[in-house]
Design a protein. Structure first.
Length: 387
């Protein structure tokens, strides 16, 4: 094989899928599909008992790792040497190669996915530990080792050796639970809410309601960037851009301004519901956090929910702002979200918004304009794209 065709191997483990009983095959199949769709061209995916093995072309390993970091369902992955553990010479050579370098002490941790080793995992640990200590002149430290050699014996012939593993996002593979539509703003909260449900195997359809051309295009550009980040967790992701500036101007001219934010939010939920119906979605995701702003009191959340028949899910409902910000930093959306922009809900904002609105009052305000026509006009002008 030429140097250009050399490959790098990875061992991948899942956790929650192992609990799925008779449905385990379905979840494994979905995880394999996610891997094949996300990994660089030329990569191979092989399923084993409780694990996946991936090989990618040399030079593509960093791209492969970045892809695996964002695939729901993976507990961890590691660049690994695949060996025939019964071939002692091969096993010794690969172990010594991995353990070369500058460090003082080490440990060997072995695990087997069955009863393959006569003396159990301990036998493998002792064998390789004595080899490394003798050949490389290193000391064993089983408490706080500076380097660890991990050995995963996966069947009666093969094992994987590695010295470092990276955490995955865990959860369930994409497409195993269903599809929902997510109202995505350019702020911090909604991208975090979106990602939390992605980790449970939910496929997202993104909807962004904007006020362009009254506001600038910053919010639209931000949302496209956020959508691309979220797309890493499910492959390509669909985004709808829906203009509501005309609707907002009409509301502002006709209604009691204390109810404006609630009326905006009810319109956006109706937009999301209509798009969700066309996409076969089973619910709506929002970034609401209880009590964070005036529209997120229990009373006002109830008024908003009454606008639609589709279930509304709020992953952030009991999280505080610090927790949400930390999650945003973890998934890579925070730096995008804090870029300045004009949000549609900041347009024509009342000085004293209603914090404990009654549904009858809100519906009375909605009767001052043609809700169905307003919704239709907004949807007729929507843009659809895949990122």
């Amino acid at each position: 094989m030429s140097a250009k065709m050399q490959t790098v191997n990875f061992l991948l483990r899942y956790s929650e899928i192992a609990l799925k009983g008779k449905n385990r095959i379905f979840f494994e199949k979905k995880l394999a599909e996610s891997l094949r769709g996300a990994l660089p061209k030329g990569s191979r995916v092989r399923k084993g008992r409780g694990y996946f093995a991936v090989s990618c072309l040399e030079g593509k390993e960093e791209e492969a790792e970045k892809a695996m970091e964002g695939i729901p369902g993976l507990a961890w992955f590691a660049r690994a040497e695949e060996v025939s553990w019964r071939e002692k010479k091969e096993l010794e050579e690969k172990a010594l190669k991995l353990m070369e370098g500058e460090y003082g002490n080490f440990a060997v941790r072995a695990r087997q996915g069955g009863k393959f080793l006569e003396g159990g995992s301990r036998e493998m640990e002792v064998f390789l530990g004595e080899l490394i200590a003798r050949k490389l002149k290193k000391k064993v430290n089983l408490t706080v080792p500076e380097r660890t050699l991990w050995v995963e014996v996966v069947d009666e012939k093969r094992a994987f050796l590695f010295i470092q593993k990276k955490s995955g996002v865990r959860g369930l593979p994409m497409g195993t639970v269903g599809k929902v539509v997510c109202l995505l703003s350019g702020g911090i909260d909604s991208p975090v809410a979106a990602n939390l449900v992605q980790r449970r195997g939910v496929e997202l359809i993104l909807v962004h309601c904007h006020s362009y051309p009254i506001t600038k295009k910053e919010s639209i550009n931000k949302v496209k960037k956020l959508a691309k980040v979220l797309g890493r967790y499910q492959g390509k992701i669909k985004l709808y851009l829906v203009p509501i500036a005309a609707a907002q101007k009409e509301m502002y001219a006709l209604v009691d301004q204390r109810y404006l934010i609630l009326l905006y939010r009810r319109l956006m939920l109706k937009v999301a519901q209509e798009i969700g119906k066309r996409e076969g979605a089973l619910g709506i995701i929002t970034g609401d956090s209880l009590g964070q702003v005036a529209s997120q009191t229990l009373e006002n959340l109830g008024v908003q929910e009454a606008a639609v028949e589709m279930p509304i899910y709020r992953p952030l409902i009991a999280m505080n702002k610090e927790e949400i910000v930390q999650k945003a930093k973890e998934i890579g959306t925070y730096e995008i979200s804090i870029l300045p922009h004009e949000d549609c809900c900041s347009l024509f904002v009342p000085k004293q918004p209603k914090t404990q609105a009654k549904l009858a009052q809100v519906e009375q305000e909605e009767n001052k304009y043609n809700r169905e026509e307003m919704l239709k006009k907004a949807l007729d002008q929507k843009e659809e794209m895949e990122l």
